[in-house]
Design a binder for this molecule. Sequence first.
Ligand code: NAD
Length: 458
Amino acid sequence: MNIPKIIQEQKSYFAAQQTKDISKRKQLLKNLLTEITKREKDVITALYADFKKSEYESLMTETSIVISELRRTIKKINTWAKPQSVMPAFLNFPSSSKIYKEPYGAVLVISPWNYPYQLAFAPLIGAIAAGNTVVLKPSELTPNTSRITKEIIEAVFDKNHVSVVEGGVDISTELLAQRWDYIFFTGSVTVGKIVAKAAAQFLTPVTLELGGKNPCIIDESANIKLAAKRIVWGKLINGGQTCIAPDYLLIHAAVKDKFVEYYQKEVTKAYGDNPENSKDYPRIINQRNFDRLVIMLENEDILTGGKTNKEDNYISPTLIDEPSLDSEVMKGEIFGPISPVISYQTAEDINKIISHYEKPLALYVFTKKKRFANKMIANYSFGGGTINDTTVHFANHNLPFGGVGESGVGAYHGKQTFDVFSHKKGVTKRYNWLDIPVRYAPYKGKLKILKTFMKYFS
Ligand code: NAD
C-alpha cells in the first residue's frame, strides 16, 4: 500500500474542486445512506463476530446512530454550508460581513474498536458533508467490522475522495507521518498524545476524542433503585467498554448497602443468574484487555461478580469494595464491567477523590437535591455528563460531545461535526459609494475625530 500516493491523489482531487459542490456532497451522502441501510444486517453480524455484541446493542449504539446522523446531515447540509451573514463593524461603514465554511482539505480519521462502526462513520459523515477528502483508519481489533466499513465506502466513493486504510500501529504511524489538513482521532489518552505530537510537526488542527476516569456520584437523597438500574445499563452496555461509562461509584455511606443490593438485582434482571449465558452480554475485546482487567480484581474485596473465563474473554459484572486510590482498579480508566464502590460522608471526601484524577470525559450525579447537582456540575471540569442517569447526554445531537484536558480536545455531533471539519473564513465586503477619509494619511488634524470615532463606535 502506497500511503503517500493515496494522500497525493486525494489532495489533487480536492485541489481540482471535486469535493466542493454541495449538491454532489448531498447526493453522495444519500448514496451512503442507501448502502448503509442495505448492509445493516452484515454490520450486525460483523459486530457479533468481533466481540459478541448483541443485535439489539448493535442497532441501538451503532447502526441507528449512523443512520440518524446521516439523515440529519442530508436534511441540514444546505443550511450548514451556507455563508452566514454577521453584523458588520461600524468602523468599516459601509460594508457587510460573512463567515464562509471552508473545507480543510485532506482529513485523516483514526477510529477505535469499542464502537467500531459508529465512531468511524460519525466523523466521516461530517468531514464529507463539509467538503473534505478522507482517509479512514479503522481499528485492527475489530477486523470484521472494519472490512464491512471498507466495502461500504468503496461502493459509494471514489478512492480519491474517501479511502479506507486498514492496519495496526505501523500503518497508523505511517499515516501520522504524512501532512494532513485535519486529524480526527478517537482512542486512548496515550495514543492521543502521539497523534498530537505528529500533528504539531505540521501545525495540523486536531480533534482528540479520548477517555478518562468518569466519576458517578450517588448521594443519600437519590432514588437508589432507579440509580442502580440506570448505572447497570450505562456501565454494562458494550461490556463496560464505553468511553463515557461510569468508571467508579462514589456513594454516600448511608445508602451504599442498599445500592449494592439493587445493583445485584438489576444485573440479574438484565442478564440472568449467570451473565455468561446471556446473549445480551458482550465479551472483552481481546486477551490483552482481559488480562489487564483480571489484574484489577486481584487482592480486592469483591461485593458481587468477579467471575472470569479466559477461554472466552468473559468477565462478569463486578463491584469492588472500597479499593485504595493506589490500587490497579483506581489507577486509570477501567474500560470493562468492573465498578469500584467508594463511600463518602462529606463533599470534601468527594473532592479529595475527584481532584486526584485528570479531568474526566464524563461525570454523573444521582440526587434529588438541585443544589447538590449544581454544585457537582460547577465544581468539576469534565467533558459532559448527565444528572440522574448515565451516558444519555451522548444521544442529544444538540450537545457538544468531547473531552477537556486529558479527556480530549474539541467536540462534535450534529451541526458541530460539520463545523469541526470547516474552517470559518471571515470575509468583509466594502462598498464603494462612500469612502470616509479619516483613516488615510496624512493624519494631521484628524486625531480628535479618530478619538471620537473610537469612543462611540469601537
Ligand atoms: P487506542 O488508542 O489503542 O487505538 C485507537 C486507534 O489508534 C486505533 O485505530 C489504533 O490502531 C491506533 N493506534 C494504536 N496505537 C497507536 C500508536 N502507537 N500510534 C498510532 N496509532 C495507534 O484505543 P482503543 O483501545 O481502540 O479504544 C479505547 C480507548 O478509546 C479508551 O481509552 C476510550 O476511552 C477511548 N474512546 C474515546 C471515545 C470518545 O469519544 N472520547 C470513544 C471511544 C473510545
